[in-house]
Design a protein around this ligand. Sequence first.
Ligand code: NAG
Ligand code: NAG
Ligand code: NAG
Ligand code: NAG
Ligand code: NAG
Ligand code: NAG
Ligand code: NAG
Ligand code: NAG
Ligand code: NAG
Ligand code: CU
Length: 317
Amino acid sequence: MGRELTIAILAIAVIGLLHSTAAQKTHVVGEFLGWLVPPGGNYTYEAWAATQHFAVGDLLVFNFTDGDQDVARVTKEAFNKCNSTDPIKLMTTSPANFTLDTTGEYYFIGTKDKHCELGQKLAINVTAEHVSPAPSPAPRSGPVTYVVGDKLGWLVLPGGELAYEAWAYGKTFIVGDTLVFNYLNGSHDVAVVTKANYDSCNTSSTLALFTNPPTRITLNSTGANFFICTFTGHCAGGQKLAINVTSGSTAATPPSSTATPPSSGAPPPGSSANPPPGSPTSPNTPSSPTPEGSAAASLGAAGLSATFLSIALALLF
Ligand SMILES: *[C@@H]1O[C@H](CO)[C@@H](O)[C@H](O)[C@H]1NC(C)=O
Ligand SMILES: *[C@@H]1O[C@H](CO)[C@@H](O)[C@H](O)[C@H]1NC(C)=O
Ligand SMILES: *[C@@H]1O[C@H](CO)[C@@H](O)[C@H](O)[C@H]1NC(C)=O
Ligand SMILES: *[C@@H]1O[C@H](CO)[C@@H](O)[C@H](O)[C@H]1NC(C)=O
Ligand SMILES: *[C@@H]1O[C@H](CO)[C@@H](O)[C@H](O)[C@H]1NC(C)=O
Ligand SMILES: *[C@@H]1O[C@H](CO)[C@@H](O)[C@H](O)[C@H]1NC(C)=O
Ligand SMILES: *[C@@H]1O[C@H](CO)[C@@H](O)[C@H](O)[C@H]1NC(C)=O
Ligand SMILES: *[C@@H]1O[C@H](CO)[C@@H](O)[C@H](O)[C@H]1NC(C)=O
Ligand SMILES: *[C@@H]1O[C@H](CO)[C@@H](O)[C@H](O)[C@H]1NC(C)=O
Ligand SMILES: [Cu+2]
């Protein structure tokens, strides 16, 4: 019951977000994350900005801890170089409210230490009027690669357990689809666990453990699949994902034929999620190198999922 209610509230929040055409809108930068050195690097605020529509008259609110953070409006050149000398405007007290009073591009950085270099930077584009964004879900024409958490990746989000529930909400997982978990090497991992261990965040026994990012898991069986991070406190803090995988027999696109040889190295639908021992993501060789390019490919795929990121952010807000 609680979950259904949560999802209903979530859906309403998301619909409200997408259809909001209020005359003046308040944008809390990063939503629940606030304004800090983001765990996801400089993609974080870029991803957040992609979920927003900024119009003249709107208000930007930077929420941060006084003393630890600040925010400066700077030129594009200074933004690109993280140059905090002589900013256009420096604000040191939270909440730092900034009214967007003209159209065009605005650039903001944190001036403390290496905050900007580490990703505390935001570029936005302000237009004359609000328009209703028209999200267009891409039709499924084969196995889908999902980047868990989109640009935020796989980590403990301040919003807790709802984060990955929100991310999974509305997605269809079919046998042959792939999950990609992006995380900082050595700071997180991905464990496949039973429902009981998922519910209780029991990390003492895992079905499979992956420790070398990015972790790619091809979904090869129908039913519920449970993933957690085994680092102390992470699962309890919400770093957990549960999904239902269906056979796809009712989907518009039939599964690819098993006659196709796996020449490209990508496993065909129905094949094992766990490559043979010695392969990059085998749980038996957690520290073996990962093929170059897969991280970049993951990030590219993440770009398609800005709508889902907005769902996660809206939910946690
Ligand atoms: C984010 O960092 C990457 C790698 O350092 C860089 O290529 C990219 O331009 C940065 N993006 C922004 C918006 O600063
Ligand atoms: C700002 O952050 C504080 C602490 O995280 C939080 O309690 C508050 O609700 C936030 N304010 C806004 C406007 O998000
Ligand atoms: C940083 O900005 C200041 C003021 O605009 C300028 O004088 C200085 O040359 C810039 N530094 C770099 C490294 O670009
Ligand atoms: C900044 O904006 C927030 C959100 O609208 C509001 O609660 C707060 O009072 C404003 N603070 C100032 C100093 O204007
Ligand atoms: C901002 O919008 C203008 C007009 O639509 C466009 O020319 C410009 O490239 C945009 N800038 C960015 C950074 O997206
Ligand atoms: C954790 O799971 C293992 C194996 O599933 C079980 O033996 C153990 O009792 C569980 N621990 C707790 C605290 O539930
Ligand atoms: C998976 O499906 C079962 C039965 O349809 C349902 O009870 C369960 O809540 C679903 N789990 C998730 C994570 O969606
Ligand atoms: C995939 O199949 C193999 C056996 O064929 C099994 O060991 C593994 O746990 C499966 N992976 C998932 C994610 O279900
Ligand atoms: C992750 O760290 C391990 C051990 O520190 C190392 O062997 C492995 O190559 C690293 N993986 C990546 C993708 O950097
Ligand atoms: Cu973790």
